[in-house]
Design a protein around this ligand. Structure first.
Ligand code: BTN
Length: 336
């Protein structure tokens, strides 16, 4: 079934559901339907409906309207009310659209963008049936183990700035992972996140332009978090946080990483809009595993060998080829 993106989330999940959830979280004793209704300015029927909706979303809630409700356990799904709870972001903070499974969160975000969704709109899925990577590849997206998220941006800038946003996104992911796990991934130009030399995640940035301006831009992030294994064709080159760190991750790590990413990205995005990409690039340089390495760049049928010298102020890779010529690489990828 195609997810219903016409239903606006604003009046539902993040609004009244979040306040009921928060009241239950803070309560030291069961809260009756009557008390909840009075406290939240809702009718008792409205409270009952919202309790049932929370249960349907996976929260374990015990009790009845008269005996009172008690929250026994939260869900580890990436639900809007969990993402927005205590999120320290003012700009990149929803609306959040959460789905059990979609074809691709980037595709949905693009659809929402075309309908005028605001900057900060977030599409999150527990699984993707046709997750897309760069260069037409598939993105392995099994349920519940990974982070599959797309963020809508509307920077008032020319399309030439898109590569800089991809690098900025990668720095935000590195900061978020460092904050949550203590370990920052290595950044491989332009969009790969590595752990112990294997691919931990990637970024797919897609845009729509209009008379030399970005109309909207969708930043898609795929991160392998709890995966214990990969399909055979990926096993040699892919890793997850759980595998790479060699220790089990706390239950809600995906949520913690997503929230940290939004907060860090907001900080960097505001700096980016204030024309401080040079400062962000400095940080990217401190995290990259690409510069100073001999690399093979693949651009369609073309293969170029050389030394990765530097990243130019616009985000292009400067490569010294084996013939000694320095070329700018703006598309393609580094093999291996
Ligand atoms: C790459 O390394 O090739 C980029 C991978 C990007 C995958 C993410 S998962 C969320 C978003 N939706 C997609 O279909 N792709 C991106």
């Amino acid at each position: 079934m195609k997810p219903d993106i016409h239903k606006e989330p604003g009046g539902g999940p993040e609004g009244p559901l979040a306040v009921v959830l928060q009241a239950l979280r803070l309560a030291v004793e069961p809260l009756s339907g009557e008390v909840l209704a009075a406290r939240l300015g809702l009718s008792r029927a409205a409270v009952w409906k919202r309790i049932n909706r929370l249960k349907a979303r996976g929260y374990a809630i015990a009790g009845s309207p008269r005996r009172g409700y008690r929250l026994l356990a939260a869900t580890d799904k990436l639900l809007p009310e969990e993402i927005l709870l205590g999120l320290k972001a003012r700009r990149l903070c929803g609306p959040v659209h959460h789905f059990e499974e979609v074809a691709s969160t980037n595709d949905l975000a693009k659809e929402l963008a075309a309908r005028g969704a605001p900057e900060g709109t977030l599409v999150v899925a527990e699984a993707q049936s046709r997750g897309r990577g760069r260069l037409g590849r598939q993105w392995n997206s099994p349920p519940g183990t990974g982070l599959y998220v797309s963020l809508l941006l509307r920077p008032p800038l020319p399309p030439t700035e898109m590569p800089q946003i991809t690098l900025t996104t990668a720095v935000a992911v590195a900061r978020a992972l460092k904050r949550v796990t203590g370990v920052a991934p290595g950044l491989k130009w332009p969009n790969d996140l590595l752990l112990a030399g294997k691919k931990l995640g990637g970024i797919l940035t897609e845009m729509e332009t209009e008379s030399d301006q970005i109309r909207h831009l969708v930043v898609g992030l795929g991160l392998n978090v709890g995966n214990r294994a990969f399909p055979e064709e990926l096993a040699a080159m892919a890793t997850s946080l759980a595998l790479g760190l060699g220790r089990p991750l706390p239950k809600n790590s995906r949520l913690a990483i997503l929230k940290a990413w939004l907060e860090e990205f907001e900080d960097l995005y505001e700096r980016f809009l204030a024309r401080d990409f040079p400062g962000i690039l400095e940080e990217w340089r401190s995290l990259t595993v690409t510069l100073g390495q001999r690399v093979t760049v693949r651009q369609g049928p073309l293969t170029i060998h050389g030394l990765a010298l530097e990243v130019a102020p616009d985000g292009a890779l400067l490569l010294e080829t084996d013939s000694g010529e320095v070329i700018r690489v703006t598309s393609g990828e580094i093999a291996g």
